[in-house]
Structure formats: structure tokens, C-alpha cells
Design a protein around this ligand. Structure first.
Ligand SMILES: [Mg+2]
Length: 120
């Protein structure tokens, strides 16, 4: 039984899922009832991603120090929106992550990481 035994790999994956889904549960617990709808969650996901871009744009414009912690906080806002939107759609955050990793692994195996198109 080494660290890569089937049961060990499965247990680590289950732990990662539990941690992601725990975050999702905690995130949802801070969501106001009036925010738990498709329109708000989609629009504010875009807005929070825009805040990440805006912080970086100001760094590009003004130069100098980039406040990575501020960027991390905005990424956290993107994560919150993603987690709660996933919940609204009926997905666990870990399921969204697994779908994404499976898609990327498939693209990598087929030499399709570069390029464009959702279903390449
Ligand atoms: Mg924000």
C-alpha cells in the first residue's frame, strides 16, 4: 500500500471534493435570498471577473507594485460567485471542478490545449 494505491488516490480525491463542497456550503450560507437567482449570479460573476481585470489594468496603466493580495481577494469573489451559481444550477463545486479537469485532460491527450472552441 503506497501513496498511489487505488484506495489512497480515491481517499485523497474524496477529501478534495469534501473541501470544495464545504467551501460551497459556507459560501451559500452567506448568500442573501435576493441574490440566489440566475440573473444576479451570472451578472455578478462577470462583474467580479471584471474587478480582477480592473485591478490588473490599473497596474498596467500606473505601473509599479501589483497588489497580489488584492487580486487574490477578487479571485475569492469570483470563486464565491462560481460556487453559489453552481449550487443554483444543481452542481456541487467538486463536480464543476471534475468536469473542467476531465475536459482539459481530454484536450491535453488529443493535443488540443491550444486553439479555441468550447468543444474541441
Ligand atoms: Mg470583488
Amino acid at each position: 500500500m503506497g501513496p498511489n494505491c487505488t484506495d489512497c488516490v480515491k481517499r485523497r480525491a474524496e477529501k478534495r471534493h469534501m473541501e470544495m463542497d464545504y467551501y460551497q456550503t459556507k459560501a451559500k450560507s452567506t448568500c442573501k435570498d435576493s441574490a440566489y437567482n440566475y440573473t444576479y449570479l451570472i451578472m455578478n460573476l462577470c462583474a467580479e471577473a471584471g474587478e480582477v481585470a480592473s485591478k490588473y489594468a490599473k497596474h498596467v496603466r500606473d505601473g509599479g507594485y501589483i497588489a497580489k493580495e488584492d487580486l487574490a481577494k477578487e479571485l475569492g469573489d469570483v470563486l464565491w460567485q462560481t460556487a453559489v451559481l453552481a449550487d443554483w444550477l444543481g452542481f456541487k463545486l467538486s463536480e464543476v471542478a471534475d468536469l473542467n479537469l476531465a475536459k482539459l485532460a481530454s484536450r491535453q491527450q488529443r493535443g488540443k490545449i491550444g486553439g479555441s472552441g468550447d468543444n474541441r
